[in-house]
Design a protein around this ligand. Structure first.
Ligand SMILES: O=P(O)(O)OC[C@@]1(O)O[C@H](CO)[C@@H](O)[C@@H]1O
Length: 645
């Protein structure tokens, strides 16, 4: 009989053994418990029954019948948590949808291999196995394997929900990386396209109003519009396909959707006089009619906005942008020479002073190797020493494509057209992510589709002075003009779209410096970073179930590259910044209120870590280093430059 050793606590094994022994004792050989309790194998080796099955040995379960305890990371072992539900019910369905779609698509042996790997991953998830390592041979794949090997808990439910979910979406994409015929395949593309076309009506209606907010306006109107467009971007976050498990989400599909095409209902009768005494705060909220007209929705949902820092954000971002512009105007020279400048100068190599010149011409035909190895050194300002950017910029860490990206683009357009900033940087994903997160391809698709969409419908216009309502025709004209404006921003550089690896890492943002210091530094140049959506919120709070009444800043745990703006509808069981008692009231009204996406927050942390000159040379200067090392091939110099790495 093979003996299996396993880390099972003796006490529980004893319980198991005695329970086993008591059950049908006559049919099994009742060995006495060995004197030597070190023989743990005894407790886990199933008793062999002649002609009968092995008796299953129940290991102590990692699952706890509880919600996530305070300050503990959300994870699947708490069976009353949404993390558990998401891993048990949502993620397997999303994986199955990918498998089904690809099976229908068909393909050669590489697609079959993809399906086998993804099916195994789905089964491993459902049976709480250990993560498999990545097999792609890339630096980023190696990083993932290092992270997995360093984990204490390598099981899907036992590790944090954040890591497991990111791991699953990253493994899905590995399947494509390993399949030649799936190299640039996006298994969520159709759903994301549908999330655009399925929301044409709210986009066209929103565009009607957005275009009236773009001409430079007085401070009060500018502030009001700033706040409104931030709320438009907030409620757009309801359109999230990982939350809906791939089901199409059209705006306004919330609570009791009001059919706004019907003439508005007559005004409600005056409310009855308040009952004597205090209204019980735990009465379930009365169902509200939510218009699918985006700007009316903002008004309808005002009580669902649990934290609203939009006014403070509007004031401070404008002020910070003005201060940044003053610093740029006043910055005439680099304050310090970068070490590579000094070294280059001392070896007679031109130092990098201006903007990067055009790439050097290709070496002439038949050029000798030495000549080919000596291109003109590009003169690039050394980012390591830059503490003042070239432009006043604002960053948006995007979430979902489709309607949510439309709303984010509207907000960015407002910032540019109101001359608050000169550039908006969008951070998107390098691969299909959480079903509807924006990739570079999605970004370009939405801009192109907005510029060419056609749409027309009639809706009730605003009530006239006598309360009469005229029907009005909504078309895609304003959406088209916005789309064309966005396209020119992309060409002109006002819109910069970046898809660095970092945004598909599984780590909380408080660890950004550890995993991508350059990314942290890049973010320090901006006047504000808008983090969209629930997943970003989970990363900002390190995936923990924090005290709902604690402030945003302490929960960022030092992640303050620039002022942080967190805009998210509540789709996971973590939140901070609530007013006193609010969390308890909401829980009493509906214990599952954090799983609905019906509530939202607009939170702000104004702190920013000062941008200092780096002590070592930057990645740009590293680019020059190999060249200088090749130019001065003396062994001592190569070692010397090597030491600078
Ligand atoms: O970041 P988003 O798109 O706002 O929301 C993503 C998300 O809430 O959807 C899922 C809900 O199950 C979670 O995995 C994840 O946090």
């Amino acid at each position: 009989m093979s003996t299996r050793t396993s880390k099972v606590s003796v006490s529980s094994a004893t319980r198991v053994a005695s329970k086993t022994a008591s059950k049908g004792a006559s049919s099994i050989n009742t060995k006495t418990v060995p004197d030597d309790e070190k023989d743990a194998a005894y407790y886990v080796t199933p008793e062999f029954i002649y002609g009968g099955p092995f008796i299953p040995v129940k290991k102590p379960s990692p699952f706890i019948d509880s919600i996530t305890p305070m300050n503990v990371p959300l994870q699947g072992t708490f069976t009353r948590s949404f993390a558990y539900i998401s891993l048990k019910d949502k993620l397997p369905i999303i994986i199955t949808q990918v498998i089904d779609d690809l099976s229908k698509k068909g393909g050669g042996p590489d697609v079959q291999q993809f399906l086998e790997k993804v099916t195994k991953m789905k089964n491993d998830l459902m049976t709480n196995k250990d993560y498999d390592l990545f097999t792609i041979d890339t630096p980023e794949g190696e990083k993932w394997n290092t992270w997995i090997e360093n984990l204490v808990n390598k099981k899907y439910y036992n590790n944090t929900w954040l890591f497991t979910e990111c791991y699953v979406y990253r493994r899905l994409y590995e399947g494509c990386e390993l399949a030649d015929s799936l190299k640039s395949y996006d298994y969520f593309a159709e759903k994301k396209k549908q999330s655009f076309h399925g929301n044409l009506k709210p986009m066209c209606r929103a565009a009607e109003k957005v275009v009236t907010m773009l001409s430079v306006s007085d401070k009060d109107k500018r502030k009001a519009d700033f706040m409104t467009l931030l709320k438009l971007a907030l409620w757009a976050n309801k359109c999230d396909l990982s939350f809906s498990v791939g089901a199409e989400v059209t705006l306004g599909g919330t609570e009791d959707e009001e059919d706004e095409d019907a003439p508005p209902p007559p005004p409600p009768p005056p409310p009855p006089p308040p009952a004597k005494g205090k209204r019980k705060s735990t009465e379930p909220p009365k169902p509200i009619k939510v218009s699918s007209e985006p700007f009316q929705m903002i008004l309808d949902l005002k009580d669902k906005l649990l934290v609203d820092d939009s006014g403070k954000i509007a004031d401070q971002i404008v002020t910070k942008a003005e201060n940044k512009q003053a610093a740029i105007d006043g910055n005439t020279v680099f304050k310090q020479k970068c070490s590579c400048h000094r070294l280059a100068k001392s070896f007679g190599v031109p130092i990098c002073e201006e903007e990067a010149p055009p790439p050097p011409p290709p070496p002439p035909e038949g050029a000798t190797e030495e000549a080919a190895a000596e291109p003109e050194i590009p003169k690039i300002p050394c980012p390591a020493k830059m503490t003042i950017p070239h432009h006043v910029m604002f960053d948006i860490v995007c979430d979902n494509a489709g309607y949510e990206l439309f709303a984010d683009l509207c907000f960015a357009t407002f910032l540019l057209e109101q001359k608050i900033v000169q550039m908006v940087r969008f951070h998107v994903k390098k691969m299909p992510w959480f079903v509807s997160d924006v990739t570079m391809a999605d970004f370009k698709y939405v801009i192109e589709a907005a510029g060419t969409a056609s749409f027309s419908c009639t809706v009730p216009g605003p009530p006239g002075p006598e309360g009469n309502v005229e029907m009005q025709t909504i078309t895609a004209d304003n959406l088209n003009s916005l789309g064309k404006q966005w396209s020119s921003y992309l060409d002109g550089g006002e819109f910069v779209v970046m898809d660095e690896d970092y945004w598909t890492y599984p780590h909380p943002y408080c660890e950004m410096k550890k995993y991508d210091y350059n990314m942290y530094r890049k973010l320090q140049y901006t006047v504000g970073i808008l983090f969209k959506g629930d997943l970003n919120y989970r990363k900002l709070l390190a995936g923990r179930n924090v005290n709902p009444y604690s402030g945003l800043e302490p929960n960022l745990q030092g992640f303050i590259p620039a002022p942080i703006i967190a805009v998210r509808t509540v789709k996971s069981e973590m939140i901070c910044g609530l007013s006193k008692g609010k969390f308890d009231v909401l829980n009493k009204q509906d214990p599952n209120w954090m799983r609905s996406g019906d509530y939202g927050v607009i939170q702000y942390c104004p702190k920013a870590e000062p941008l200092k000159s780096m002590t070592q040379t930057c990645s740009t200067c590293t680019y020059q280093k190999p060249f200088i090392a090749v130019t001065f091939t003396k062994r001592s110099l190569t070692i010397f430059f090597g030491a600078l790495n």
